[in-house]
Design a protein around this ligand. Sequence first.
Ligand SMILES: [Zn+2]
Length: 502
Amino acid sequence: MKILVAAFSHETNSFSPVPTTIDRFGIGTGPYYGEAARAAYEKTGMPMAAFIRLAEAAGATVVTPVAARCSPSAPVDAHAYDTICEAILEAVREGCDAAMLDLHGAMIAEQADDGEGALLRRIRAVAPDLPIALALDFHTNLTADMVGNATVAVGYRTYPHLDMYETGERAGRLLLDALAGRIRPVMAWGNAPMLPHTLKQDTNDEPMRSLMALAAAAEQEPGILAVTMFAGFPLADTREAGLSVLVVADGDAARARAVRDRLLAAAWAAREGLVHHPRPLAEQVAEARRLAEGPGAPGPVLLIDHADNCNSGGTLDAMSVVAEAICQGLTDLAVAPVCDPEAVAELMAAGVGARATVAIGGKMASPTLTEQSQPLTLTGRVGAVSDGMLTVTGPVFTGTAVNMGPSVRFDADDGVQVIVTSRRIEPYDLGVFRSLGIEPAEKRYLVLKSRIQYKPTFVPIARAVVECDGVGVASSDYSLFRFQRLRRPIYPLDADAGLAPA
Ligand SMILES: [Zn+2]
């Protein structure tokens, strides 16, 4: 038996100005192909690693034509999309008995609004009966093409994503069971007319926690094989963006549909709890200061610059939160990271120890936004430099390689240290600070360009967390965006949105 295992993952932010070219996949060196794909992922906590292990344990020959992951940004360019799809299709043409695919579920390509669905259609055009398992991200915007062209599909049930490997195991096992004739999977899916804010999707918090518990309980019912509730990725402006449910049952489609309808109704009933209400930034920074100066546990106060989270398509160079923090006199503060290759080059040329005045960030225009971020001019000293290479030791994306590109720690005179990188990386690992000589637990304030994924790593060392509504293309303020393809009406954008009767 020959099993094809591949990864193609991109979460597309339709409003992001960051281009998605083929070189941005991998660690900035393009996708991994063949044996290199396997070597890059087989020891990680990603679904692809689980697929490889399961297929091998089943005695299969494993082929890994490609592994392509890229952090969120604008729609995947046509060349990158075709090249990566073609690598998978070529392996399908060469012949295989099954495929296990580690996909995202919210990918838009220049030539395909539903990147995953279009890929799966192309695979099935070559091999109409090929058994296919999908491991999907919690932020999947599920479509009929994804479900209709797969045998089984399972999504992460945690955000922060801590069950990526387990998701691969769940999907891979179901496919192996189907191949062996032990089960006969049928799937039912549907979506509710709601667009939950990413900031409110933490599965440790209500209402997501209870909704995930309902899904997990439904999975224990007789005849039900897997139940996933996807919160969706709201900034991928496609028809199907938003919350959805996917149920895999053993032979009984009516049972799958009943579970789906029950879960969609529960999500709809909880819709108000999934809306983020922005507050003025000045108020939030003042709150951070009160928390740092008041009584409490040791450790920094985290200022979460979630509107500039590069893992939602942010440019990682929006400076509004840092500027407000400096304006309010916050000191002993470290920021990570700001992506500004120009500033890095300038500071590296000056050398470690040199004094400099430099304009940091605010250089990438975001034409879809009504408000633009400005560069922030700081004076200080070049504190440290690095090549920006890390291996993640934290619980999110464990074991994966990270390439921040040439990076600098800039120690500004006003008690502010900025990690300036040449590539975009969300700070979900302490290495982002430590690799440039900052012990994050010892700072009074940390500004993190992240939304949720920082939590498993940074909350344990923090005194308090303040979510800051800065400016950026990953904002949780829907009024900043002009949605064009999204189905309407949809909650909370439209007052007349309602769940269709089951
Ligand atoms: Zn996700």
